[in-house]
Design a protein around this ligand. Structure first.
Ligand code: SAH
Length: 216
């Protein structure tokens, strides 16, 4: 086990070299990434790699995203404290913790039971008690709490799930990796404004599959 002080240094180095140096400027995002202890979201055996420049396995064939991708997607949301955000693909819970640390009201859905309960317990332990978790097919959204000011999908979709577009507030922003081939997607930013939905393509990314009724 490495010392807490050293983990903090690794985290600071991660933010400087992987996040700030690559152009992430959103203060809320930078501050959250400096604060959230990423090493708690990976297996203890991988602790020393938690702040490295790549994704890591979290079991069940799933991964925790590379820090830069978390920073990029969080910034693309252009979020302000108090906004309601829906995340599809809780996974390790790291992205949800970043959103909570940014002051957002977080709703997060995971389809794999073990990942869902692990993240739920971790949120309690680390004090992210306001994050609302749900075990379900996230491609259906979370209608009871819709509309959401922001939606972030952290698994690769074959197309944008219709229920998520419906549950996006107006105005609202959704960030989602979309690809007609598995394991290779383009990051899309979907904007809803005055009932019009538009799309911006932001470049190649690689996510695990979004599996569900409106997924793979
Ligand atoms: N945001 C996560 C990334 C996890 S990887 C993190 O910070 O660690 C993507 C996750 O999406 C996996 O855990 C996978 O099980 C989940 N997933 C895939 N399809 C889903 C669906 N339809 N609904 C909810 N979660 C889904």
């Amino acid at each position: 086990m490495i010392k807490r002080r050293d983990l903090k240094k690794l985290r600071e180095k991660m933010v400087k070299e992987q996040i700030e140096a690559r152009g992430i400027k959103d203060k809320l995002v930078l501050q959250a990434m400096r604060k959230v202890p990423r090493h708690f979201f990976v297996d203890e055996a991988l602790e020393t790699q938690a702040y490295a420049d790549h994704p890591l396995p979290i079991g069940y064939g799933q991964t925790i995203s590379q820090p830069y991708i978390v920073g990029l997607m969080s910034q693309l949301l252009q979020a302000k404290p108090g906004m309601k955000v829906l995340e599809i693909g809780t996974g390790s819970g790291y992205q949800a913790a970043i959103l909570a640390e940014m002051g957002l009201e977080v709703y997060t859905v995971e389809r794999i039971e073990n990942l869902y309960s692990r993240a739920k317990n971790l949120f309690q332990e680390l004090g992210y008690k306001t994050i609302k978790t749900k075990l379900d097919d996230g491609t259906l959204g979370w209608p009871e709490y819709a509309p959401f000011d922001r939606i972030i999908v952290t698994a690769g979709a074959p197309d944008v799930p219709e229920p998520l577009v419906d549950q996006l507030a107006d105005p609202g922003i959704m960030v989602i990796p979309v690809g007609y081939l598995r394991k290779s997607q383009n990051l899309w930013k979907i904007t809803k404004h005055k009932a019009e939905v538009s799309k911006e393509e932001l470049g190649g990314v690689m996510f695990v599959d979004l599996v569900g009724r409106y997924g793979w």
